[in-house]
Design a protein around this ligand. Structure first.
Ligand code: F0G
Length: 376
């Protein structure tokens, strides 16, 4: 039996509930449903920093390295653990893809049924493949993510069926641990944390995590169980939330009936946790912005080519938003530390690489032809 109180650094890592369970407000921690999610690297990206935050330091939190390739696994271990504890026989979610793949994997792990509603034709291939591979019932609806979430919420309360979208508070309990890891890895709060905003669960969870960190209630900087006690020196970070310009309801101040963006993960017109996200941004004295698909894809290409970190297009929205804010003089980067959250892995969406101008060179099968192609 796992000990939810345990976080001794010398113990093998066994996922978020094992690591942080004593600080997570969920039921069922004695029997975690886990794929050893979390504990993702925080990578300094100096070449990217030179380009977008001159005089500052830039780190990326590479959430694509979670077991199913996105940050969703953090919230899914907690949501699934609680759902199973409460007797769920099946889980359901609406999704732009990543939540679907994550729910499907954790349901497989728990041995229960998973149904996912996805917007027909607007889910990246790697996400769809994941959900299918893990054995979920994938239902493509003629509608948007928002339509899917409306249907899922209508199903709330059906006996034995648990909703695992981020409207479920257990999701945020897991997701807030990313904020604790950032503090722990950096040894302090960053000045700014930048991330994409879709249904607005993640930004809300980060804010909760940072606030708990400051109050000494997290498992990171002030971890009583493992004896590490360090107080953050900087004040709470400021949050930069970036929405895609064609799907920017929080920036516009009203829902968007037909959201459009090639960054399909954040193609959302009516975020469930929109009000909470706006509060978090206001309380942190942060910044909310809309970035065009062109800005998103530019950042997406740059982080891979300049730093060797491959994320999916939506994940680069935080970098694009930071770049825009610095260019517009809204943020002075000098002496500041920035963390951009890269929410999903680039391999989730192979089509986006191929459609964004990448080229395959051709050569005859001999050395001279290959060398000529290399020198070209
Ligand atoms: N980045 C990626 C890669 C995502 O998949 C999502 C959300 C977000 C950012 C935005 O996070 O919704 O918490 O504001 N994807 C959800 C899904 C909607 O169904 O996979 P958020």
């Amino acid at each position: 039996m796992m000990n939810p109180q345990s976080c001794t650094p010398s113990e093998p890592y066994r996922g978020l509930i094992h690591r942080y369970g004593f600080r997570l407000d969920i039921e069922g921690k004695e029997s975690p449903i886990t794929l050893h999610e979390g504990n993702t690297p925080l990578i300094e990206t100096p070449r990217l920093a030179d380009r977008i935050v001159p005089g500052g330091r830039l780190f990326v939190k590479y959430e694509g390295l979670n077991p199913t390739g996105s940050f969703k696994d953090r919230g899914m271990t907690t949501a699934m653990t609680q759902a199973v504890h409460e007797g769920a026989k099946a889980v359901i979610c609406a999704s732009t893809g990543n939540t679907a793949a994550s729910a499907a994997a954790y349901a497989a792990r728990a041995g229960i049924t998973c149904a996912v509603l996805i917007p027909n034709g607007n889910v990246a291939l790697g996400k769809l493949a994941g959900a299918l591979a893990y054995g979920a019932k994938v239902i493509a609806i003629d509608g948007s993510f928002d339509d899917g979430l409306r249907i899922v919420r209508e199903l709330e309360g059906v006996s034995g069926l648990a909703v695992v979208n981020s409207v479920n508070p257990a999701r945020l309990q897991g997701q807030k641990t990313a904020a604790w890891e950032v503090c722990d890895q950096l040894g302090d709060f960053p000045d700014w944390l930048c991330l994409p905003v879709g249904n607005a669960g993640n930004i809300s969870a980060y804010w909760m995590g940072f606030q708990e960190c400051q109050a000494g209630k997290c498992g990171g900087l002030d971890c009583q169980a493992c004896g590490r006690v360090r107080a953050p020196e900087r004040g709470l970070p400021r949050l930069l939330g970036a929405q895609a310009a064609g799907a920017a309801p929080l920036v516009l101040g009203h829902p968007v009936a037909k959201p459009e963006t090639k960054a399909t993960a954040i193609r959302i017109g009516n975020p469930a946790r929109g009000d909470q996200a706006l509060r978090a941004i206001a309380e942190s004295n942060g910044h909310l912005c809309a970035v065009t698909d062109e800005e998103i894809f530019q950042a997406y290409g740059k982080v891979a080519k300049a730093e060797g970190v491959f994320c999916e297009p939506s994940s680069a929205a935080g970098i694009a938003g930071l770049r825009q804010a610095v260019k517009e003089g809204k943020i002075d980067p000098k002496g500041k530390t920035f963390v951009c959250v890269l929410t999903g892995h680039g391999m989730k969406d192979p089509d986006s690489v191929l459609s964004s101008g990448a080229q395959i060179h051709k050569a005859a099968a001999d050395m001279a032809s290959v060398l000529k192609e290399i020198e070209r």
